[in-house]
Write a protein that binds this ligand. Structure first.
Ligand code: MG
Length: 356
């Protein structure tokens, strides 16, 4: 699927997505899941192709023919495989969708969600020029989005933040570095504090908890961890060591709803707010993100936005839309509450495998 606008982070520029979808048949009921792995291993070690292999050769054989009473039991079965969370998440979330459909309830309700609408913010990629950035921010604010996040990297950090604060002194603003800095850069990150950011997301190494502990001690602005948090244990360590004050939860990064909920509950217990990040998902992954964001401790606006910000035409019906107040209504139909557009999916499909 070709993105409406190329998306640039500190590590890569994405113009089109090659997405693995899982269609799971659970006692005759079909659930859908999306793998959030990128085409290249630049965000996490997984890729579209490793996920395919892992699903086919290792994860599917574990669940094949297994009896389980709830989707909540699936994580344990898959945990024999180490890592490969995005592949696991694709399968696990599809089974959650199927269970919600079997029971005739919205997925958000099945996982324990309490919201009927979620707050929506945007993530804006690195732009060539400041004027281009300002224009993009204006457009998103006019659409109603509640908070602006910009991607930063060395050389494209202080200046854009300063300019945004000058032009938009009152907006909710945050930055995401996707691990572009080292601890030695702390004086520069300290300078960002003058612009009252909501948080600085994942400034240091993708697996560097220790560095973030040291950095958070030097900063008043909350650090939010994304890449670092791929297990419940990692979340516990981050919280107890003081590596962050906010956590971005992504279904793929943690392997699906079971672990996402455990991290959510753990954060809630420690008064650590959470929000839902985005992985340039199609409508299927977007729908799962909406359900996840209904859990009570998702108190900050997430990166879950309208379909049309990413795609000319999404693969679900109806498409995800955002109100002028910057909210997304949580669907009340069974499962993910959006219908996969089978014909369109078929047309976009380049590879298919049926495992039985
Ligand atoms: Mg991030």
């Amino acid at each position: 699927m070709k993105l409406v606008t190329p998306f640039e982070t500190s590590v890569d520029r994405t113009t089109e997505r090659r997405i693995v979808l899982v269609e799971a048949n659970v006692d005759g009921v079909t659930g859908w899941g999306e793998c959030t792995a990128g085409e290249k291993p630049f965000y996490s070690p997984e890729t579209t192709d490793t996920a395919w292999l892992s699903l086919r050769d290792f994860l599917w054989p574990l669940v094949k023919g297994k009896e389980f009473t709830s989707a909540a039991d699936v994580w344990e079965i898959l945990s024999l495989v180490r890592g490969h969370n995005m592949a696991k998440g694709a399968l696990e979330t599809a089974i959650w969708d199927a269970e919600a459909k079997q029971k005739g309830v919205p997925l958000s309700k099945l996982i324990g969600g309490t919201r009927t609408e979620i707050a929506s913010g945007v993530s804006i990629g690195i732009k060539e020029s400041l004027d281009e950035l300002i224009l993009a921010v204006k457009k998103e604010l006019a659409s109603g989005y509640q908070r602006i996040k910009i991607k930063i990297k060395p050389g494209k950090d202080l200046e854009p933040v300063q300019r945004l604060r000058q032009d938009f002194p009152r907006i909710k603003l945050m930055v995401d570095a996707n691990s572009a800095y080292t601890l030695n850069d702390w004086p520069l990150l300290k300078q960002l504090e003058g612009f009252y950011l909501m948080m600085i997301e994942q400034p240091l190494g993708w697996d560097d908890l220790y560095g973030h502990v040291a950095l958070q001690k030097k900063l008043d602005t909350p650090i939010c961890l994304d890449e670092c948090i791929h297990t419940e244990e990692q979340a516990r360590a981050a919280i107890e060591l003081g590596a962050c004050k906010i956590i971005n939860i992504k279904l793929g990064r943690v392997g699906g709803f079971t672990v996402a909920r455990r991290i959510h509950d753990l954060c809630q217990k420690h008064a650590i707010p959470v929000w839902c990040g985005g992985m340039l998902e199609s409508g299927i992954g977007r729908a799962h993100n909406i359900a996840l964001s209904t859990l009570p401790n998702f108190t900050l606006p997430g990166d879950v936005t309208a379909s049309k910000r990413y795609w000319d035409e999404d693969i679900i019906e109806p498409e995800v839309t955002v109100s002028p107040q910057g909210t997304i209504a949580v669907p009340q139909g069974p499962g993910i509450g959006f219908e996969p557009r089978l014909e369109r999916i078929e047309k976009l499909t380049v590879r298919k495998e049926r495992l039985a």
